[in-house]
Design a binder for this molecule. Sequence first.
Ligand code: PLP
Length: 227
Amino acid sequence: MIKENIESVKNVIERIKGCDFEDSGVTLIAVTKQKPVTDIKEAIESGIENIGENKVQELVPKMDEIGDGVNYHMIGHLQSNKVKDIIGRVRLIHSVDRKSLVKEIEKRCKAENITQDVLIQVNVSKEDTKSGIYVEDLKEFLDYIDGFEHIKVKGLMTMAPHYENPEDTAWVFKKLKEIFEDIKSINYNNIKMEYLSMGMSHDYEVALENGSNMIRIGSYLFGDRIY
Ligand SMILES: *Cc1c(COP(=O)(O)O)cnc(C)c1O
């Protein structure tokens, strides 16, 4: 089933973007939290090149077991004391949301003489259950993070509120796309807007229609998670 589900997401991407998946510029991240390594391997054999996890303690053993040849993404809330376990090993940290985390990433990367690509998580809808920088605080946060040489900001990430009707989410994606484009016109040293990470199983079509180029899909590919 995993293979068929991946194909079906790719078909949606192709329909919305009007071209082959390979030419669409869309990165499909398979979110494998709470799913076994056998599922991840099946996804990789079915063409998945990007894997997302939201907990360091789950991500690290999976990276150890699966190894190179695929990109890993840290998409969940990141505690500062766990930064050292993933820097240099993940393609992107999607969840940079506070200055203390920026400082820790910089410190650890500097010590290892590496740079880490990250996205800034933005809380567009201001739901208090979600993390992320508020839109009105983003400019100041970007100015701050631009001063750190070992962190490269590659774009923005958001989690939309859950609406029954996914179309109701459109305003969130539109808003972040607008901000993404605005930031592109500003000259920074270490910030370059390339990736707009938005859209999950429930709302990725609406996200793609509104400018997303990186989607994070879990339950649609692997089935529901049991909490
Ligand atoms: C779990 C998770 C996803 C995927 O959610 P699904 O609804 O299963 O597609 C995407 N992004 C983040 C940050 C997540 O934690």
